[in-house]
Design a protein around this ligand. Structure first.
Ligand SMILES: [Zn+2]
Ligand SMILES: [Zn+2]
Length: 195
């Protein structure tokens, strides 16, 4: 069971709930074939948010991820000794400090980014949340990072693949389509535990 922590930052109450539904929806379809990866959504409580606060003050996404992941891994080990490692999804306002710092290191990450166990999303669409969450489970982008183009066919050749640049809900669907290579990356570890 993967702990999936959700932290809304600088969101109005309605958006905070909506984003929580998108995160829960991801957990629901991840539990089903072809992934069959069980996860559990956990809301970051005030105490954990305070613990994570210094990590989110780091000045780049990789820096934030390194610190936040260490805090979460420690916490899980202390609480339960549970594996696999937890993941954290932060949904924040586009002008929030966390969004600004995430974009600073990666100007192409217009809507969100992810490193290690941490995903940060500042464009409020379910497909963007799911795209970044798939990264947390090993999926790779299906667009040329040096030339992102939302009108180009994804590199995997699948028009509906959610790992394309700027995935639209009308195109990728719900549950979203994921190309075979990425399904293997996400589902593989659950089929062959320990490899
Ligand atoms: Zn991506
Ligand atoms: Zn793809």
């Amino acid at each position: 069971m993967v702990p999936l922590y959700y932290l809304p930052l600088d969101l109005d109450p309605q958006l905070r709930q909506e984003a929580e539904r998108w995160v829960r929806r991801f957990s629901a379809f991840l539990a089903l074939p072809p992934y069959s990866a069980p996860s559990e959504v956990r809301l970051v409580d005030q105490r954990l948010e305070e613990l994570l606060h210094p990590a989110l003050e780091e000045d780049s996404l990789p820096g934030m991820a390194a610190s936040a992941c260490e805090i979460l891994f420690d916490l899980e080990d202390r609480q339960t000794g549970e594996r696999p490692p937890p993941r954290l999804i932060v949904v924040c306002g586009p002008d929030s400090t966390v969004a600004q710092k995430s974009k600073a290191g990666n100007p192409d990450a217009l809507w969100g980014g992810s490193v290690g166990c941490l995903a940060v999303v500042y464009r409020h669409e379910p497909t963007v949340v799911w795209h970044e969450m798939f990264h947390l489970f090993g999926a790779k982008d299906c667009y040329r990072e040096e030339a992102p183009d939302e009108s180009a066919l994804p590199l995997c050749g699948e028009e509906r693949c959610i790992m394309q640049y700027a995935p639209a809900l009308g195109k990728v669907g719900d549950p979203p389509f994921l190309c075979a290579a990425n399904v293997e990356r996400v589902a593989g570890p659950w089929r062959h535990p320990g490899t």
